[in-house]
Design a protein around this ligand. Structure first.
Ligand code: CTP
Length: 461
């Protein structure tokens, strides 16, 4: 039974017996801080690693370890427990539990609950590397995938047994983010809005929009076909959700948003956009770089109009500052979420992943500019969203730019819930936020670049 949109999500957190069982407490806290109501069940082995009292204290509810126990308040708990939740999350999931799930064995409360579940199921495996890589486990994992179970891949690293390799329980923040993504997608699929209308109140969002113009001479410039529509749609959607919005608008052809509360700063060049962003960024809690900023500008602007001579003309270009990367690397203050776009013509996901990690972003919105209905100067877009927590590409269909903006803001809201979960979670102090301030990055090196131009009026991208 799914909760309605005014209620929080209900999650059954199932803990099986492994050394990582203690991390389930952090998962529980993370889910609660993301607004979920969590009930816990444990296998008998799990209670040897962590007591059920820990989870009872954290969840505020009876923890089921044995449904035959006299203190169990519900005589058919495996049915009510599994059919009154929006998600069954098993973390950690041992090799034994995975094998039982894969084969339909129901010999205790957790395994019976799995068979009786009519909600989505996600498992976060944790085990020794050799067990994880064993052919039997590989087979069982593939069987679970085929059965529609979400697998939250384990991390690689040093294991409790002293070996190094894959099999360590995924970081609790990643487990929580994946669980929220599953819940979110499930709710979207049933067309029930997840997020309340004012879910960005208190946020100050700074958005770059449009293109830039880099002058070659008094009449010619380098620019691109960006209309500003995507940035403006984001601004309108964000203000409707209660955020304070500032746009740094380059050259645009779309109509500016009409909402008088949206502040707009007009700029022309990449350097002006850079200066405006650096001035405004300290007041922002979210930065979205939707502008198509020129990557190169002429090394000099010729004061007089260049005359036609009939010969070829070489323009010397130099790189502009990457505004987005600079904000993410050097100007990120605590809690600032940084979102970038990636306009690609090939290998969309690979290039977007590179930009996500290379520029240290929280979210990247990638679009294949070769597809009809996507990209520049269009009312619609086809984008893939990838966040820095799950790194899972989420491809959206052809949507209006306003609808794309709403989906981006949904994702931002989830990221905000997850990052505040991480900073509020004191269970493991070494669990730093995924992109905390990093002031140690070297400044970009400046290169020069020469290109032969037949025409002086060119367009970027
Ligand atoms: N961006 C920026 N400043 C620049 C160039 C790009 O802030 N000087 C931002 C854009 O607003 C966008 C993101 O960086 O959010 C990616 O832009 P894109 O042109 O796709 O990628 P680049 O990093 O410029 O790389 P390339 O052009 O080689 O794909």
């Amino acid at each position: 039974m799914a909760s309605d949109h005014t209620n929080s999500f209900r999650v059954a957190l199932c803990v099986s017996g492994g050394i990582a069982a203690y991390k389930a407490a952090e998962v529980l806290r993370g889910l609660q801080q993301a607004g979920c109501t969590v009930r816990v069940c444990m296998t008998a082995r799990a209670t040897e690693f962590v007591t059920s009292l820990t989870f009872r204290a954290l969840s505020g509810a009876h923890v089921i370890t044995n449904d035959y126990a006299p203190d169990n308040p519900d005589p058919i708990a495996h049915i009510t427990f599994s059919q009154s939740v929006d998600l069954l999350l098993v973390a950690p999931a041992t090799a034994n539990i995975i094998a039982k799930f894969a084969n339909g064995i129901a010999d205790d409360f957790l395994t019976s609950t799995y068979l009786a579940a009519n909600a989505p199921v996600a498992v976060a495996p944790a085990m020794n590397t050799t067990m994880w890589e064993h052919k039997a486990t590989r087979r069982n994992i593939e069987q679970l995938r085929a059965d529609g179970v979400y697998i939250i891949e384990p991390d690689a690293g040093e294991m409790a047994c002293g070996t190094t390799g894959a099999g360590r329980l995924a970081e609790p923040a990643r487990i929580v983010a994946t669980a929220m993504e599953i819940l979110h997608n499930k709710r979207q699929a049933t067309s029930t809005p997840l997020l309340c209308e004012q879910n960005l109140s208190g946020e100050r969002i700074l958005i770059t929009a449009g293109g830039t113009r880099e002058a070659i001479d008094p009449v010619r410039f380098i620019s691109n076909r960006s209309s500003g529509r995507m940035g403006f749609a984001l601004a309108e959607a964000a203000i409707a959700r209660g955020a304070l919005v500032t746009i740094i608008a380059g050259t645009t052809t779309a109509s500016l948003p009409t909402n008088a509360s949206i502040r707009t700063v007009h700029v022309t060049t990449a350097a002006e956009m850079h200066a405006a962003v650096m001035r405004e960024i300290e007041h922002a809690t979210i930065f979205v770089a939707a502008a198509a900023v020129a990557d190169y500008r002429p090394t000099e602007t010729v004061r007089e109009k260049i005359k036609k001579t009939g010969a070829t003309l070489t323009l010397m270009l130099e790189p502009t500052a990457d505004i987005l990367a600079e904000v993410a690397h050097k100007r990120r203050h605590r809690g600032l979420l940084v979102i970038g776009f990636a306009a690609e013509s090939h290998d969309l996901v690979a290039h977007a992943q590179e930009k996500l990690t290379g520029k240290k972003l929280d979210l990247i919105v990638a679009n294949d500019i070769t597809q009809d209905g996507a990209g520049f100067d269009s009312d619609t877009n086809i984008v893939t969203l990838i966040n820095s927590i799950t790194h899972t590409p989420h491809a959206l269909p052809l949507l209006s730019k306003r609808e794309v903006a709403e989906r981006i803001l949904d994702e931002i809201t989830l990221l905000r819930l997850t990052t505040s979960t991480q900073s509020a979670s004191a269970v493991d102090p070494s669990n730093a936020a995924p992109h905390a301030s990093d002031l140690s990055q070297p400044a970009q090196t400046k290169e020069t670049f020469a290109t032969k131009q037949q025409h002086t009026h060119t367009s970027q991208t």
